[in-house]
Ligand binder design. Structure first.
Ligand code: C5P
Length: 206
């Protein structure tokens, strides 16, 4: 069984995907981390983000088990990830890696921007998780403050809107709800309510 979960940054798709995978006994891959890991390696080497040949080489040697979410969640890495995510050849490499993960038994929950449209178009269940930009910025600001980081709601909101724009306007694999995906708008939901809604959608589709 493969479950595809797409949506914009801070929509709650990550937490939902992890919980769904636990609940269903499936493996979980946050595909954003694969873009972040490549971006972080380029930044660490001081290489330009547009250098696709090197980005592809890094992607070919990526070890999913070694990706450290606590390091890769930094704001600058998310920005850089969204810049390299426009490179078609790099996407092809990462999509192959993501598909291999998805197709390994017993199946998996993958979350990202193009899972239902490109990576796993035959997924058993597809969800597009969204929330208003304001609700997402509020959640992201609260999360940063709870980690003791500096956070300013207005600049978080600006950054999210800019990233959504870049992710949905790019020509290769733009963020988009698949025709057969179920829309889950979490603007007015807490995580528990959103999780129950997702479980209902999955059990209806099974
Ligand atoms: O989800 P996350 O914020 O970690 O993703 C970082 C960036 O990676 C996104 O802004 C997007 O540009 C890119 N990405 C993508 N396709 C995916 C997952 C992430 O283009 N499946």
């Amino acid at each position: 069984m493969i479950i595809a979960i797409d949506g914009p940054a801070a929509s709650g798709k990550g937490t939902l995907s992890r919980r769904l995978a636990d609940h269903l006994g499936l493996r979980h891959l946050d595909t954003g981390l694969t873009y972040r890991a490549v971006a972080a390696a380029l930044l660490a080497k001081g290489l330009p983000l547009g250098d696709e040949a090197i980005a592809i080489e890094i992607a070919q040697n990526l070890d999913l088990a070694q990706m450290d979410k606590s390091v890769l969640s930094a704001h600058e890495i998310g920005e850089a990830a969204s810049r390299i995510a426009v490179l078609g050849g790099l996407r092809e490499e990462l999509v192959n890696l993501q598909r291999r993960f998805a197709e390994t038994p017993p199946g998996a929950v993958l979350d990202g921007r193009d899972i239902g449209t490109v990576v796993c178009p035959n997924a058993s269940v597809k969800l597009f998780v969204t929330a208003s930009a304001e609700a997402r910025a509020r959640r992201r600001t609260d999360e940063m403050i709870s980690k003791g980081q500096d956070a300013n709601y207005a600049s978080v909101l600006d950054d999210l809107k800019r990233r959504d724009e870049r992710d949905s306007q790019r020509t290769v694999a733009p963020m988009k709800q698949a025709d057969d995906a179920v829309l889950l708008d979490t603007t007015e939901m807490d995580i528990e309510t959103a999780f129950q809604a997702a479980v209902d959608i999955v059990s209806r589709a099974k």
